[in-house]
Design a protein around this ligand. Structure first.
Ligand code: NAD
Ligand code: COI
Length: 331
């Protein structure tokens, strides 16, 4: 069996090599993103492992079919960028890894919330832009234990975030379209998103980037939020209207944001060897704001997550190539 992984970073290589040796499987890798232009590298392989936020589109699946490749195993959670209808039409089975380490993403959301609330961006800006290293009245922060955190989406990652914020003493409220019927976690559901955004000091997003969630956070939502509130988005960029967010941050509609996922992510974002300078206007604009912590879709990136992303994704490919059933087949 021969498998190939695309978009591989240097930190993944030891895990890929170890998995291949342990399973007696020939695993090759490439640092490039999987597109119709790079697909030829998979010629002669039985299955592909992918990790990207740019689309896996209909043309790609048609080309995979022409090459006789039937299996694509994502190393990540989100399926929002996969044309699953096209995959099905071309006879390609797609799997994801729904839970490689939900705590990794949740802990990063907490990290962003703490950094924004404790004004770390203001301290960095003063030091790096002005070369000054002293106290400022702008640096006064707020204690998490005095705040209400509103978690949107109480799935795998949202539940971890609830535990962590509650552990810091915050009062946690949550909203989910499909609430859990029973949970021992320390939080209360509210009945609507409006209620959540009006009450929360920290709004923390953990829902999927489905079309119906597009721009759920827009001018109107930011007006409903407290002026002192902060938004944390480690979920998907499409959920937030970026222009409206920038406006809300600049006009004081909201007080700050921790943003790991942005609209219009490019292949370059996940190219760990890229040396290209930022040209995206939204990224440039957000990076100038001291009340924003902006990170390149890195909430997942821990040793625990990387080991599981590779082990579970390649395990799915191995099973599919051998004709065995897999748990994580996307439909
Ligand atoms: P999950 O499927 O376990 O949970 C998602 C929850 O959101 C579900 O309970 C669902 O009912 C709820 N939901 C859907 N639409 C909603 C809405 N409009 N309002 C309220 N609730 C809604 O998903 P998960 O594993 O917890 O992942 C959450 C998000 O995190 C996804 O967008 C995923 O792609 C993203 N993610 C980001 C990173 C990263 O590195 N930044 C890593 C992994 C996952
Ligand atoms: C996911 O697992 O869905 C992520 O957002 C992580 C990213 C590396 C694609």
């Amino acid at each position: 069996m021969k498998l190939i992984a695309y978009n591989v970073r240097d930190d993944e290589i030891p895990f890929l090599t170890k998995w291949g040796l342990e399973h007696g499987v020939d695993v090759d890798y490439d640092t490039e993103t999987l597109t119709i232009d790079t697909l030829s590298k998979a010629e002669g392989f039985d299955g592909i492992s992918g990790l990207q936020t740019i689309p896996y589109d209909a043309d790609l699946f048609a080309a995979m079919k022409d090459m006789g490749i039937k299996f694509l195993a994502l190393r990540n959670v989100g399926l929002d960028n996969v044309d699953l209808n096209a995959a099905k039409k071309n006879g390609i089975s797609v799997t994801n890894v729904p839970a490689y380490s939900p705590a990794s993403i949740a802990e990063f959301a907490v990290t962003l919330a703490l950094n924004v609330n404790r004004k770390v961006g203001y301290m960095y800006q003063q030091l790096h832009d002005k070369g000054e290293f002293h106290f400022s009245a702008d640096f006064m922060g707020r204690l998490m234990r005095n705040l209400t955190v509103g978690v949107v989406g109480t799935g795998r990652i949202g539940r971890e975030a609830i535990s962590m914020f509650a552990g810091l003493g915050a009062k946690v409220i949550a909203y989910d379209k499909f609430p859990m019927s029973d949970s021992e976690l320390p939080f209360n559901y509210v009945d609507s998103m409006d209620e959540l955004v009006e009450q929360a000091d920290v709004v923390d997003l953990h829902m999927p980037g489905l079309p119906e969630n597009d721009h759920l956070f827009n001018d109107d939502t930011f007006k409903r939020m407290k002026n002192s509130a902060v938004l944390i988005n480690t979920a998907r960029g499409s959920i937030v209207d970026t222009k409206a967010l920038i406006n809300a941050l600049k006009t004081g509609e909201i007080a700050g944001a921790g943003i790991d996922t942005l609209e219009n992510e490019t292949a370059e974002l996940q190219d760990s060897r890229s040396t290209a300078k930022v040209t995206d206007e939204d990224v440039l604009e957000l990076s100038k704001l001291p009340n924003v912590i902006l990170t390149p879709h890195s909430a997942f990136h821990t040793d625990e997550a990387v080991a599981n992303m590779i082990g579970l994704s390649l395990g799915n490919l191995e099973k599919m190539v051998n004709g065995e059933a897999v748990d994580n087949l996307a439909k």
